[in-house]
Write a protein that binds this ligand. Structure first.
Ligand code: ADQ
Length: 461
Protein backbone atom coordinates (compact mmCIF):
# COMPACT_ATOMS: atom_id res chain seq x y z
CA UNK A 1 0.00 0.00 0.00
CA UNK A 2 1.15 3.51 -0.80
CA UNK A 3 1.84 5.94 2.00
CA UNK A 4 -0.70 8.76 2.33
CA UNK A 5 0.51 12.35 2.53
CA UNK A 6 -2.10 14.89 3.60
CA UNK A 7 -1.36 18.56 2.97
CA UNK A 8 -3.63 21.14 4.60
CA UNK A 9 -3.30 24.66 5.91
CA UNK A 10 -3.50 23.44 9.51
CA UNK A 11 -2.32 20.11 10.86
CA UNK A 12 -3.86 18.20 13.78
CA UNK A 13 -2.22 15.61 15.98
CA UNK A 14 -4.25 12.41 15.30
CA UNK A 15 -3.81 11.38 18.96
CA UNK A 16 -5.70 14.51 20.04
CA UNK A 17 -8.01 14.65 17.01
CA UNK A 18 -11.15 13.65 18.93
CA UNK A 19 -11.24 17.12 20.47
CA UNK A 20 -10.89 18.78 17.07
CA UNK A 21 -13.74 16.88 15.51
CA UNK A 22 -14.80 14.77 12.56
CA UNK A 23 -12.50 15.84 9.76
CA UNK A 24 -9.34 15.66 11.87
CA UNK A 25 -10.42 12.19 13.07
CA UNK A 26 -11.15 10.98 9.53
CA UNK A 27 -7.86 12.22 8.11
CA UNK A 28 -6.01 10.96 11.18
CA UNK A 29 -7.58 7.51 10.67
CA UNK A 30 -6.62 7.49 7.01
CA UNK A 31 -3.05 8.41 7.90
CA UNK A 32 -2.68 5.89 10.71
CA UNK A 33 -3.99 2.95 8.64
CA UNK A 34 -0.76 2.56 6.67
CA UNK A 35 1.37 5.23 8.30
CA UNK A 36 1.50 8.65 6.77
CA UNK A 37 2.67 12.22 6.71
CA UNK A 38 0.54 15.25 7.59
CA UNK A 39 2.08 18.47 6.32
CA UNK A 40 1.11 22.15 6.55
CA UNK A 41 1.54 25.47 8.32
CA UNK A 42 2.54 25.23 12.00
CA UNK A 43 0.16 28.01 13.07
CA UNK A 44 3.18 30.07 14.19
CA UNK A 45 3.72 33.55 12.75
CA UNK A 46 7.31 34.78 13.07
CA UNK A 47 7.55 38.57 13.48
CA UNK A 48 10.25 40.05 11.25
CA UNK A 49 11.08 36.76 9.46
CA UNK A 50 12.12 36.69 5.80
CA UNK A 51 9.34 36.23 3.19
CA UNK A 52 9.38 32.81 1.54
CA UNK A 53 11.33 31.29 4.43
CA UNK A 54 10.16 29.31 7.43
CA UNK A 55 11.53 26.80 9.87
CA UNK A 56 10.18 23.25 9.63
CA UNK A 57 9.21 21.21 12.70
CA UNK A 58 8.73 17.47 12.68
CA UNK A 59 7.23 15.23 15.32
CA UNK A 60 6.05 11.67 15.39
CA UNK A 61 2.51 10.80 16.46
CA UNK A 62 2.41 6.98 16.44
CA UNK A 63 2.98 5.96 12.82
CA UNK A 64 2.03 9.43 11.55
CA UNK A 65 4.69 12.06 10.96
CA UNK A 66 3.59 15.66 11.48
CA UNK A 67 5.69 18.20 9.60
CA UNK A 68 4.84 21.86 9.84
CA UNK A 69 6.40 25.09 8.65
CA UNK A 70 6.37 28.53 10.32
CA UNK A 71 5.36 31.60 8.31
CA UNK A 72 6.72 35.11 8.65
CA UNK A 73 4.25 37.93 9.35
CA UNK A 74 4.33 39.28 5.79
CA UNK A 75 3.66 35.86 4.25
CA UNK A 76 0.92 35.03 6.74
CA UNK A 77 -0.88 38.31 6.19
CA UNK A 78 -0.84 38.13 2.39
CA UNK A 79 -1.32 34.36 1.99
CA UNK A 80 -3.79 33.65 4.80
CA UNK A 81 -5.59 36.89 5.65
CA UNK A 82 -5.15 38.55 2.26
CA UNK A 83 -5.56 36.15 -0.64
CA UNK A 84 -7.15 33.10 1.02
CA UNK A 85 -9.63 34.87 3.28
CA UNK A 86 -9.82 38.31 1.66
CA UNK A 87 -10.19 37.16 -1.98
CA UNK A 88 -10.92 33.44 -2.38
CA UNK A 89 -13.26 32.95 0.60
CA UNK A 90 -15.64 35.84 -0.28
CA UNK A 91 -15.61 35.26 -4.05
CA UNK A 92 -16.12 31.50 -3.73
CA UNK A 93 -19.09 32.30 -1.44
CA UNK A 94 -20.47 34.68 -4.10
CA UNK A 95 -19.59 37.82 -2.09
CA UNK A 96 -17.77 39.93 -4.67
CA UNK A 97 -18.77 42.99 -2.65
CA UNK A 98 -16.61 41.81 0.26
CA UNK A 99 -13.52 40.80 -1.75
CA UNK A 100 -10.38 42.87 -1.30
CA UNK A 101 -8.52 42.55 -4.61
CA UNK A 102 -5.28 44.06 -3.30
CA UNK A 103 -2.69 43.33 -5.95
CA UNK A 104 -0.08 42.55 -3.29
CA UNK A 105 -1.77 39.46 -1.86
CA UNK A 106 -1.22 37.08 -4.76
CA UNK A 107 2.57 37.32 -4.36
CA UNK A 108 2.33 36.05 -0.78
CA UNK A 109 -0.12 33.30 -1.76
CA UNK A 110 2.26 31.98 -4.41
CA UNK A 111 5.30 32.42 -2.18
CA UNK A 112 3.79 30.37 0.65
CA UNK A 113 2.64 27.62 -1.71
CA UNK A 114 6.16 27.54 -3.18
CA UNK A 115 7.72 27.49 0.28
CA UNK A 116 5.50 24.60 1.41
CA UNK A 117 6.14 22.66 -1.81
CA UNK A 118 9.90 23.21 -1.44
CA UNK A 119 9.82 21.90 2.15
CA UNK A 120 7.58 18.97 1.27
CA UNK A 121 9.44 17.79 -1.82
CA UNK A 122 12.43 16.15 -0.04
CA UNK A 123 10.04 14.32 2.33
CA UNK A 124 8.21 12.54 -0.51
CA UNK A 125 8.72 8.94 -1.59
CA UNK A 126 8.07 7.85 -5.19
CA UNK A 127 4.90 5.86 -4.45
CA UNK A 128 3.31 8.30 -1.96
CA UNK A 129 -0.26 9.37 -2.65
CA UNK A 130 -0.73 13.08 -1.92
CA UNK A 131 -4.06 14.61 -0.84
CA UNK A 132 -4.14 18.41 -0.72
CA UNK A 133 -6.99 20.24 1.05
CA UNK A 134 -8.78 23.49 0.40
CA UNK A 135 -8.54 26.94 -1.10
CA UNK A 136 -5.35 27.99 0.68
CA UNK A 137 -3.37 25.45 -1.34
CA UNK A 138 -4.83 25.43 -4.86
CA UNK A 139 -1.40 25.83 -6.58
CA UNK A 140 0.36 23.22 -4.42
CA UNK A 141 0.38 20.48 -7.07
CA UNK A 142 1.59 22.86 -9.78
CA UNK A 143 4.47 23.91 -7.53
CA UNK A 144 5.33 20.28 -6.77
CA UNK A 145 5.13 19.32 -10.46
CA UNK A 146 7.48 22.19 -11.31
CA UNK A 147 9.98 20.61 -8.92
CA UNK A 148 9.64 17.24 -10.68
CA UNK A 149 7.00 15.52 -8.53
CA UNK A 150 5.37 12.65 -10.45
CA UNK A 151 3.20 11.28 -7.64
CA UNK A 152 -0.57 10.95 -7.77
CA UNK A 153 -1.98 14.16 -6.30
CA UNK A 154 -5.61 14.78 -5.39
CA UNK A 155 -7.27 17.99 -4.24
CA UNK A 156 -10.46 18.52 -2.26
CA UNK A 157 -12.18 21.91 -2.14
CA UNK A 158 -14.12 22.28 1.12
CA UNK A 159 -15.87 25.47 0.02
CA UNK A 160 -18.12 26.03 -3.03
CA UNK A 161 -16.82 26.76 -6.50
CA UNK A 162 -18.82 29.71 -7.88
CA UNK A 163 -20.29 29.95 -11.40
CA UNK A 164 -17.86 31.03 -14.17
CA UNK A 165 -18.88 34.69 -14.28
CA UNK A 166 -18.33 35.12 -10.55
CA UNK A 167 -15.05 33.20 -10.57
CA UNK A 168 -13.92 35.39 -13.47
CA UNK A 169 -13.92 38.40 -11.14
CA UNK A 170 -10.74 37.08 -9.51
CA UNK A 171 -7.92 38.64 -11.52
CA UNK A 172 -5.99 35.33 -11.44
CA UNK A 173 -8.98 33.10 -12.25
CA UNK A 174 -7.39 31.38 -15.22
CA UNK A 175 -4.18 30.73 -13.32
CA UNK A 176 -6.17 29.21 -10.43
CA UNK A 177 -8.05 26.81 -12.71
CA UNK A 178 -4.89 25.96 -14.66
CA UNK A 179 -3.35 25.08 -11.28
CA UNK A 180 -6.15 22.55 -10.72
CA UNK A 181 -5.06 20.72 -13.86
CA UNK A 182 -1.79 19.82 -12.14
CA UNK A 183 -3.82 17.43 -9.95
CA UNK A 184 -4.98 14.00 -11.07
CA UNK A 185 -8.27 14.23 -9.17
CA UNK A 186 -10.18 17.31 -8.04
CA UNK A 187 -13.01 16.71 -5.57
CA UNK A 188 -15.87 19.10 -4.88
CA UNK A 189 -18.60 19.04 -2.24
CA UNK A 190 -21.61 19.05 -4.55
CA UNK A 191 -22.77 18.43 -8.10
CA UNK A 192 -23.44 22.15 -8.43
CA UNK A 193 -19.71 22.81 -7.90
CA UNK A 194 -18.74 20.20 -10.49
CA UNK A 195 -21.19 21.78 -12.91
CA UNK A 196 -19.55 25.19 -12.35
CA UNK A 197 -16.12 23.69 -12.96
CA UNK A 198 -17.30 21.95 -16.11
CA UNK A 199 -18.88 25.14 -17.46
CA UNK A 200 -15.82 27.25 -16.60
CA UNK A 201 -13.31 24.94 -18.26
CA UNK A 202 -15.58 24.54 -21.29
CA UNK A 203 -16.38 28.23 -21.75
CA UNK A 204 -13.22 29.99 -20.56
CA UNK A 205 -10.38 27.66 -21.54
CA UNK A 206 -11.97 25.41 -24.18
CA UNK A 207 -11.25 22.20 -22.30
CA UNK A 208 -12.14 18.95 -23.98
CA UNK A 209 -14.54 16.70 -22.08
CA UNK A 210 -13.09 13.19 -22.43
CA UNK A 211 -15.62 11.28 -20.35
CA UNK A 212 -18.23 11.85 -17.64
CA UNK A 213 -15.78 13.38 -15.13
CA UNK A 214 -12.68 13.83 -17.25
CA UNK A 215 -11.38 17.00 -18.80
CA UNK A 216 -8.30 17.81 -20.84
CA UNK A 217 -6.72 21.28 -21.00
CA UNK A 218 -3.29 22.88 -20.65
CA UNK A 219 -1.78 19.59 -21.88
CA UNK A 220 -3.04 17.66 -18.87
CA UNK A 221 -6.00 15.50 -17.99
CA UNK A 222 -7.94 15.95 -14.75
CA UNK A 223 -10.81 14.06 -13.20
CA UNK A 224 -13.35 16.28 -11.38
CA UNK A 225 -16.26 14.96 -9.38
CA UNK A 226 -18.37 15.44 -6.27
CA UNK A 227 -17.50 13.75 -2.96
CA UNK A 228 -19.92 15.21 -0.41
CA UNK A 229 -18.15 15.22 2.94
CA UNK A 230 -19.91 13.53 5.83
CA UNK A 231 -19.52 13.16 9.58
CA UNK A 232 -18.65 10.15 11.68
CA UNK A 233 -22.24 9.29 12.57
CA UNK A 234 -21.34 6.54 15.04
CA UNK A 235 -18.77 8.67 16.81
CA UNK A 236 -21.28 11.51 17.06
CA UNK A 237 -24.02 9.20 18.36
CA UNK A 238 -21.60 7.88 21.00
CA UNK A 239 -20.70 11.46 21.95
CA UNK A 240 -24.42 12.21 22.28
CA UNK A 241 -24.87 9.48 24.88
CA UNK A 242 -21.70 10.22 26.83
CA UNK A 243 -21.87 12.05 30.15
CA UNK A 244 -21.02 15.60 29.07
CA UNK A 245 -23.65 15.72 26.34
CA UNK A 246 -26.25 13.95 28.50
CA UNK A 247 -25.69 16.48 31.31
CA UNK A 248 -26.05 19.32 28.83
CA UNK A 249 -29.25 17.79 27.43
CA UNK A 250 -30.82 17.34 30.89
CA UNK A 251 -29.92 20.90 31.89
CA UNK A 252 -31.41 22.36 28.73
CA UNK A 253 -34.52 20.21 28.95
CA UNK A 254 -35.27 21.30 32.49
CA UNK A 255 -34.42 24.96 31.84
CA UNK A 256 -36.62 25.04 28.74
CA UNK A 257 -39.33 22.63 29.93
CA UNK A 258 -42.06 25.16 29.14
CA UNK A 259 -40.44 26.56 26.02
CA UNK A 260 -39.49 25.54 22.48
CA UNK A 261 -35.78 25.72 21.80
CA UNK A 262 -34.40 26.79 18.42
CA UNK A 263 -30.68 26.49 17.82
CA UNK A 264 -28.03 27.96 15.52
CA UNK A 265 -24.34 26.95 15.76
CA UNK A 266 -21.51 28.17 13.57
CA UNK A 267 -18.36 30.19 13.23
CA UNK A 268 -19.22 33.88 13.07
CA UNK A 269 -18.92 34.23 9.31
CA UNK A 270 -20.85 36.28 6.75
CA UNK A 271 -21.45 33.18 4.64
CA UNK A 272 -23.60 31.69 7.41
CA UNK A 273 -26.56 34.09 6.99
CA UNK A 274 -26.77 35.13 10.65
CA UNK A 275 -28.40 38.58 10.29
CA UNK A 276 -31.02 37.16 7.89
CA UNK A 277 -31.73 34.34 10.38
CA UNK A 278 -32.23 36.76 13.27
CA UNK A 279 -34.56 38.85 11.12
CA UNK A 280 -36.53 35.71 10.22
CA UNK A 281 -36.81 34.88 13.93
CA UNK A 282 -38.04 38.42 14.63
CA UNK A 283 -40.61 37.98 11.84
CA UNK A 284 -41.70 34.70 13.45
CA UNK A 285 -42.37 36.47 16.75
CA UNK A 286 -44.20 39.27 14.98
CA UNK A 287 -46.38 37.16 12.67
CA UNK A 288 -47.04 34.18 14.95
CA UNK A 289 -47.53 35.67 18.43
CA UNK A 290 -48.22 32.24 19.93
CA UNK A 291 -44.41 31.97 20.00
CA UNK A 292 -44.07 34.93 22.37
CA UNK A 293 -42.78 33.78 25.77
CA UNK A 294 -42.49 30.31 24.24
CA UNK A 295 -39.77 30.19 21.58
CA UNK A 296 -36.13 30.85 22.48
CA UNK A 297 -33.34 30.99 19.93
CA UNK A 298 -29.91 30.02 21.22
CA UNK A 299 -27.40 31.34 18.71
CA UNK A 300 -23.82 30.21 19.19
CA UNK A 301 -21.33 31.94 16.94
CA UNK A 302 -17.69 31.17 17.66
CA UNK A 303 -15.06 33.85 17.06
CA UNK A 304 -13.46 33.59 13.64
CA UNK A 305 -10.93 35.60 11.57
CA UNK A 306 -11.26 38.59 13.84
CA UNK A 307 -8.28 40.33 12.24
CA UNK A 308 -10.44 41.04 9.19
CA UNK A 309 -12.69 44.14 9.28
CA UNK A 310 -15.73 42.47 7.67
CA UNK A 311 -15.87 40.00 10.54
CA UNK A 312 -15.69 42.73 13.20
CA UNK A 313 -18.51 44.61 11.41
CA UNK A 314 -20.68 41.48 11.32
CA UNK A 315 -20.20 40.94 15.02
CA UNK A 316 -21.49 44.45 15.76
CA UNK A 317 -24.47 43.96 13.46
CA UNK A 318 -25.42 40.74 15.23
CA UNK A 319 -25.07 42.21 18.68
CA UNK A 320 -27.29 45.10 17.73
CA UNK A 321 -29.94 42.84 16.12
CA UNK A 322 -30.04 40.56 19.16
CA UNK A 323 -30.31 43.59 21.46
CA UNK A 324 -33.17 45.02 19.40
CA UNK A 325 -35.13 41.75 19.33
CA UNK A 326 -34.70 41.21 23.07
CA UNK A 327 -35.60 44.86 23.75
CA UNK A 328 -38.72 44.76 21.58
CA UNK A 329 -40.09 41.36 22.52
CA UNK A 330 -38.38 40.19 25.72
CA UNK A 331 -39.65 40.53 29.26
CA UNK A 332 -38.46 39.93 32.79
CA UNK A 333 -39.24 36.22 32.54
CA UNK A 334 -38.25 35.54 28.91
CA UNK A 335 -35.55 36.64 26.49
CA UNK A 336 -36.18 35.54 22.89
CA UNK A 337 -32.51 35.36 21.84
CA UNK A 338 -29.54 34.04 23.74
CA UNK A 339 -26.49 34.98 21.72
CA UNK A 340 -23.19 33.37 22.68
CA UNK A 341 -19.98 34.52 21.01
CA UNK A 342 -17.91 31.53 22.06
CA UNK A 343 -16.92 27.99 21.19
CA UNK A 344 -18.92 25.25 22.84
CA UNK A 345 -16.90 22.16 23.83
CA UNK A 346 -17.38 19.48 21.20
CA UNK A 347 -18.36 16.96 23.89
CA UNK A 348 -21.32 19.13 24.99
CA UNK A 349 -22.59 20.15 21.57
CA UNK A 350 -24.67 16.98 20.89
CA UNK A 351 -26.63 17.59 24.11
CA UNK A 352 -27.60 21.03 22.84
CA UNK A 353 -28.57 19.66 19.42
CA UNK A 354 -30.74 16.98 21.04
CA UNK A 355 -32.54 19.46 23.26
CA UNK A 356 -33.51 21.69 20.32
CA UNK A 357 -36.90 21.35 18.57
CA UNK A 358 -35.57 23.12 15.51
CA UNK A 359 -32.09 23.73 14.11
CA UNK A 360 -31.62 26.79 11.92
CA UNK A 361 -28.87 26.07 9.41
CA UNK A 362 -29.40 28.89 6.97
CA UNK A 363 -26.13 29.90 5.27
CA UNK A 364 -26.26 32.21 2.26
CA UNK A 365 -23.74 29.83 0.70
CA UNK A 366 -21.84 26.90 2.19
CA UNK A 367 -19.59 24.18 0.78
CA UNK A 368 -21.39 21.46 2.75
CA UNK A 369 -22.25 22.42 6.36
CA UNK A 370 -21.51 19.73 8.89
CA UNK A 371 -23.69 21.24 11.63
CA UNK A 372 -26.77 20.11 9.66
CA UNK A 373 -25.48 16.52 9.71
CA UNK A 374 -24.42 16.65 13.37
CA UNK A 375 -27.91 17.86 14.34
CA UNK A 376 -29.51 14.88 12.58
CA UNK A 377 -27.08 12.41 14.20
CA UNK A 378 -27.80 13.73 17.71
CA UNK A 379 -31.61 13.48 17.57
CA UNK A 380 -33.76 11.00 19.47
CA UNK A 381 -35.40 9.01 16.63
CA UNK A 382 -38.55 8.66 18.74
CA UNK A 383 -38.95 12.42 19.13
CA UNK A 384 -36.63 14.14 16.66
CA UNK A 385 -36.18 17.86 16.09
CA UNK A 386 -36.65 19.45 12.68
CA UNK A 387 -33.86 20.73 10.45
CA UNK A 388 -34.51 24.03 8.65
CA UNK A 389 -31.80 24.11 5.99
CA UNK A 390 -30.75 26.68 3.43
CA UNK A 391 -31.08 25.51 -0.15
CA UNK A 392 -27.70 27.20 -0.71
CA UNK A 393 -25.78 24.84 1.61
CA UNK A 394 -24.03 22.01 -0.25
CA UNK A 395 -25.80 19.68 2.20
CA UNK A 396 -29.17 20.56 0.61
CA UNK A 397 -28.33 18.30 -2.37
CA UNK A 398 -28.37 15.31 -0.02
CA UNK A 399 -30.75 16.38 2.75
CA UNK A 400 -33.95 16.84 0.78
CA UNK A 401 -36.17 15.81 3.70
CA UNK A 402 -35.13 18.87 5.72
CA UNK A 403 -37.32 21.96 5.38
CA UNK A 404 -35.42 23.79 2.67
CA UNK A 405 -35.50 27.60 2.74
CA UNK A 406 -34.19 30.58 0.85
CA UNK A 407 -32.42 32.52 3.63
CA UNK A 408 -32.66 35.81 1.70
CA UNK A 409 -36.45 35.51 1.94
CA UNK A 410 -36.91 36.51 5.56
CA UNK A 411 -40.70 36.21 5.45
CA UNK A 412 -40.60 32.78 3.79
CA UNK A 413 -38.01 31.55 6.28
CA UNK A 414 -40.19 32.69 9.20
CA UNK A 415 -43.10 30.72 7.73
CA UNK A 416 -40.89 27.64 7.40
CA UNK A 417 -39.71 27.95 11.00
CA UNK A 418 -43.34 28.08 12.09
CA UNK A 419 -44.04 24.96 10.03
CA UNK A 420 -41.08 23.21 11.65
CA UNK A 421 -42.33 24.16 15.13
CA UNK A 422 -45.76 22.74 14.34
CA UNK A 423 -44.72 19.59 12.51
CA UNK A 424 -46.60 16.53 13.77
CA UNK A 425 -44.56 13.72 15.35
CA UNK A 426 -45.08 11.08 12.59
CA UNK A 427 -43.81 13.50 9.94
CA UNK A 428 -40.81 14.45 12.07
CA UNK A 429 -39.98 10.78 12.57
CA UNK A 430 -40.34 9.94 8.88
CA UNK A 431 -38.13 12.82 7.75
CA UNK A 432 -35.53 12.14 10.41
CA UNK A 433 -35.29 8.46 9.54
CA UNK A 434 -34.61 9.25 5.89
CA UNK A 435 -32.07 11.94 6.76
CA UNK A 436 -30.27 9.65 9.19
CA UNK A 437 -30.03 6.88 6.58
CA UNK A 438 -28.54 9.36 4.13
CA UNK A 439 -25.85 10.72 6.48
CA UNK A 440 -25.04 7.20 7.60
CA UNK A 441 -24.56 5.78 4.11
CA UNK A 442 -22.41 8.73 3.07
CA UNK A 443 -20.45 9.34 6.24
CA UNK A 444 -16.93 10.69 6.61
CA UNK A 445 -15.35 7.24 6.16
CA UNK A 446 -17.29 6.73 2.93
CA UNK A 447 -16.08 10.19 1.79
CA UNK A 448 -12.43 9.45 2.48
CA UNK A 449 -12.54 5.95 0.97
CA UNK A 450 -14.36 7.01 -2.21
CA UNK A 451 -11.98 9.92 -2.74
CA UNK A 452 -8.84 7.85 -2.17
CA UNK A 453 -10.13 4.94 -4.31
CA UNK A 454 -10.91 7.34 -7.13
CA UNK A 455 -7.42 8.84 -6.80
CA UNK A 456 -5.82 5.39 -6.89
CA UNK A 457 -7.85 4.49 -9.95
CA UNK A 458 -7.13 7.73 -11.84
CA UNK A 459 -5.74 7.42 -15.30
CA UNK A 460 -2.47 9.31 -14.72
CA UNK A 461 -1.21 11.24 -17.72
P1 ADQ B 1 -16.98 25.48 8.30
O1 ADQ B 1 -17.30 26.72 7.55
O2 ADQ B 1 -16.20 25.69 9.55
O3 ADQ B 1 -16.23 24.39 7.39
P2 ADQ B 1 -19.07 23.43 9.05
O4 ADQ B 1 -19.13 22.45 7.96
O5 ADQ B 1 -20.43 23.72 9.58
O6 ADQ B 1 -18.44 24.82 8.67
O7 ADQ B 1 -18.18 22.83 10.20
C1 ADQ B 1 -18.06 23.45 11.41
C2 ADQ B 1 -17.59 22.48 12.50
O8 ADQ B 1 -17.22 23.26 13.63
C3 ADQ B 1 -18.70 21.55 12.95
O9 ADQ B 1 -18.14 20.32 13.29
C4 ADQ B 1 -19.27 22.25 14.20
O10 ADQ B 1 -19.75 21.37 15.17
C5 ADQ B 1 -18.08 23.01 14.73
N1 ADQ B 1 -18.52 24.30 15.30
C6 ADQ B 1 -19.01 25.36 14.66
N2 ADQ B 1 -19.31 26.36 15.52
C7 ADQ B 1 -19.01 25.90 16.73
C8 ADQ B 1 -19.09 26.47 18.05
N3 ADQ B 1 -19.53 27.71 18.27
N4 ADQ B 1 -18.68 25.72 19.07
C9 ADQ B 1 -18.22 24.48 18.86
N5 ADQ B 1 -18.11 23.89 17.65
C10 ADQ B 1 -18.50 24.59 16.60
C11 ADQ B 1 -15.76 24.31 6.04
C12 ADQ B 1 -16.76 24.68 4.94
C13 ADQ B 1 -18.03 23.85 5.09
C14 ADQ B 1 -17.67 22.36 5.04
C15 ADQ B 1 -16.54 22.05 6.03
C16 ADQ B 1 -16.03 20.62 5.87
O11 ADQ B 1 -17.08 26.07 5.02
O12 ADQ B 1 -18.97 24.15 4.06
O13 ADQ B 1 -18.81 21.60 5.38
O14 ADQ B 1 -15.43 22.91 5.82
O15 ADQ B 1 -15.68 20.33 4.55
Amino acid sequence: MSRLVVVSNRVADPRKAAAAGGLAVALGDALSTNGGLWFGWSGTVVEGGAPGEGEMHTQQAGNVTLSTVDLCREDHDSYYLGYSNGVLWPVFHYRLDLADFDAGYIGGYRRVNQLLARKLMPLLRPDDIIWVHDYHLIPMAAELRAMGCKNRIGFFLHIPLPPPLILAAVPQHEWLIRSLFAYDLVGFQSNADVEHFSRYVGEEVGAEKLAEHQFRAFGRRVQAQAFPIGIDVDEFAALTHAKEASDMYERMKSEYSRRRLLLGVERLDYSKGLPQRLKAFRELLKNYPENLKRATLIQIASPSREALDTYAGLRQELESLCGAINGDYGGLDWMPVRYIHRNVARQRLPGLYRAACVALVTPLRDGMNLVAKEFIAAQDPADPGVLVLSRFAGAAEQLKEAILVNPYDVHGTAESIQRALQMPLPERQRRHQLLLERIRSQDVHWWRQTFLSALQACDVT
